[in-house]
Design a protein around this ligand. Structure first.
Ligand code: HAM
Length: 415
């Protein structure tokens, strides 16, 4: 195959059995969200580039990572690098923000970022997440962090670290920014090349630079500059997390890579082979709707987690979910057996997973069933049909028993 026809760098094909496991993972995540009152929202994979410029002209995502292209009419479109801005755009476009009810959305889908591919970092990745719109109450921040934790806990993951910070609001952040700039001004020459640029464009981002972090230990902390409202919000949130027993650590350097956040920012990490891997991130974004064009403030809070990273951590923990419905391989072994089975197949509404091997003999059929990890094989040839039976073979024990052929359909349809 010509190299050009291989998948593009930083993308993945999900093939069985991984693709099957990912389906189970996504279903479990959706169950958690749905059971807590969240509704599925699906937005287009591409949007007008303008929308994503609202993520912050100085962010890495906008500066370096967007897949932007012109369509045939010369309009600039961008493959979504994240899903929060599209959700807010969709809400405003449908005028849903005009009703006072709280809006709770969830999504699971692909995002695109032109990043340097490495383990756990792809150019097409998949995010699951929630967005709650219409309230600035700290109870919502609490809910979002708790729901994020519930997703990971639903898979039995335990060793999770929640980092939390507050980065203030329009009132208090400028004061903090000034203090930080002053502190950094004497250190610019020591910073990494990226941070030299960030210092000018987006000084807050210097704070959580992985390279320079240690050099900036004594940097001014955002929480020391919070206005009264932001401080009260942050203290209330911490109190709620304490009360509910959500373990967290305040990380004074956490600012996150998107510009729309105010007040709460948080990340969830897990230990992967001795290193902490960022699984999810989120926070509050009370100004985003207005930046997208709302004529009033529509406060919001949400999080998104990476599906591939969840898979990695589950794999390492030996906690990948397994299919819970039995898999049965049906082997009609003769022409007459196959013909007898077509009407059953046509009518069949199975609760089990049924895979029919139409053209394998018993030996090859059993091998096929083994490869699939089947629980049972049901076979019948001319000899069995003479007796009006089919044989059920338990693939774990090798035990075989007979079933009346006329009961086969009901058996395959039973749970
Ligand atoms: P983010 O931190 O940019 O936040 O992405 C959230 C999660 O998506 C990351 O923690 C990571 O697990 C996963 N992720 C991001 N980029 C990649 C990639 N290139 N490869 C693999 N995984 C990746 C957001 O996108 C915000 N929209 C989150 C949010 C929702 N804030 C409020 N609501």
């Amino acid at each position: 195959m010509a190299d050009k026809l291989f998948k593009p760098r930083g993308t993945q094909d999900f093939l069985p059995p991984m693709s099957d496991t990912l389906e189970l993972i996504k279903a479990k995540i959706a169950d958690t969200f749905r059971s807590l009152g969240y509704h599925l929202i699906e937005t287009p994979i591409f949007e007008h580039t303008e929308l994503f410029l609202r993520l912050g002209e100085a962010t890495d995502i906008v500066q370096k990572e967007m897949y932007t292209f012109k369509d045939r009419k010369g309009r600039s479109l961008t493959l979504r690098p994240e899903i929060t801005a599209p959700v807010v755009r969709a809400l405003l476009e449908a005028n849903l923000h005009k009703t006072s009810d709280l809006k709770r959305f969830y999504y699971i889908g692909p995002i695109f970022r032109y990043e340097k591919p490495q383990k756990g970092r792809y150019r097409q990745a998949h995010q699951f997440g929630i967005e709650v719109l219409g309230s600035s109450s700290p109870f919502i921040d609490f809910e979002v962090i708790s729901v994020a934790m519930k997703v990971y806990e639903s898979f039995g993951l335990k060793d999770l670290k929640v980092s939390l910070n507050s980065i203030g609001c329009k009132v208090c952040r400028p004061r903090y920014r000034e203090a930080l700039l002053e502190y950094l001004s004497g250190k610019v020459h020591e910073l990494c090349d990226d941070c030299k640029v960030r210092y000018k464009r987006n000084p807050l981002r210097v704070l959580d630079c992985k390279v320079d972090r240690d050099k900036l230990r004594d940097a001014p902390k955002p929480i020391d500059y919070l206005c009264d409202d932001c401080r009260a919000h942050f203290n209330h949130l911490k109190g709620l997390l304490d009360k509910a027993g959500v373990p967290y650590e305040v990380d004074h350097h956490l600012v996150r890579g998107l510009d729309y956040y105010n007040r709460t920012v948080f990340e969830i990490r897990a230990n992967l082979a001795g290193k902490y891997l960022e699984l999810a991130g989120g926070g509050r974004y009370d100004y985003l709707a207005q930046e997208i064009g709302a004529d009033e403030e529509v406060p919001g809070c949400g999080f998104a987690g990476g599906l591939e990273r969840l898979y990695m951590i589950l794999e390492e923990a030996g906690a990948l979910p397994e299919r819970s419905v039995p898999l049965v391989v049906v082997l009609p072994l003769s022409e007459r057996a196959r013909e007898n089975f077509v009407a059953i197949f046509r009518e069949l509404r199975p609760k089990k997973v049924i895979s029919v091997a139409w053209d394998l003999n018993l030996r090859k059929g059993l091998r096929y069933a083994n490869r699939l990890g089947a629980d049972e094989v049901i076979f019948f040839g001319d000899r069995e049909l003479e007796k009006g039976i089919a044989v059920i073979r338990d693939m774990k024990t090798g035990d075989q028993r007979e079933i009346q052929f006329r009961d086969l359909k009901a058996y395959l349809e039973s749970g």
